[in-house]
Unconditional design. Structure first.
Length: 142
C-alpha cells in the first residue's frame, strides 16, 4: 500500500520522539545507552541553535524518520559544510524511501543555499546497510 511521506522541520513537540530515536540509534549503531535527560536537553538545545536543524519524515502524522544538519565554516572552500547527523529511520519503515526523502530534502536545501559547498557524514565502517544506502544516493567515501 503506497503512502505519502511528508518532510518538515522538527518543532518543540517532536522532542520526545527525536530523543527516543536518538537513543535507539546509539544503541543500534554503537551499543551505547544514552542518558535520557542529557539527550532531552541536547535535542532541545539543538532546536534552538541557528547552526542546527532537525527534519522529520512523517507518514499519516507519525514520525518515521529523522535527520539533523549542523554546519562548520571551511576556509579551504570559503563556504559552509553541512554535516548530516542523527540519521534514524524506524525499522518498520526502512527500505521504503524514508531516508531518501529526508536526504533529498537536505540536498535540495543545500543546492539552494549559495554558501553551502558540501554535505558530509560519518558512517561506522561495518554499517554495510547504511553504506549501501548512502552509495545508492550518490555519496562517496572521502
Amino acid at each position: 500500500m503506497p503512502f505519502e511521506i511528508l518532510i518538515r522541520e522538527a518543532i518543540k513537540p517532536d522532542i520526545p520522539v527525536l530523543v527516543q530515536n536518538n537513543k535507539a540509534l546509539a544503541l543500534e549503531t554503537e551499543n551505547l545507552q544514552l542518558d535520557y535527560d542529557t539527550l532531552f536537553s541536547g535535542v532541545s538545545n539543538a532546536l534552538k541553535r541557528e547552526e542546527c536543524h532537525y527534519f522529520v519524515a512523517e507518514i499519516n502524522g507519525e514520525i518515521t524518520g529523522q535527520i539533523m544538519i549542523t554546519y562548520e565554516w571551511s576556509d579551504w572552500r570559503n563556504g559552509i559544510l553541512w554535516w548530516i547527523q542523527s540519521v534514524f529511520v524506524r525499522p518498520e519503515y526502512r527500505r521504503k524511501g524514508v531516508f531518501r526523502m529526508l536526504y533529498e530534502h537536505v540536498e535540495e536545501l543545500a543546492r539552494n543555499h549559495p554558501e553551502v559547498k558540501a554535505l558530509r557524514l560519518y558512517v561506522i565502517r561495518d554499517n554495510n546497510s547504511g553504506i549501501d544506502t548512502y552509495e545508492s544516493l550518490g555519496m562517496s567515501d572521502s
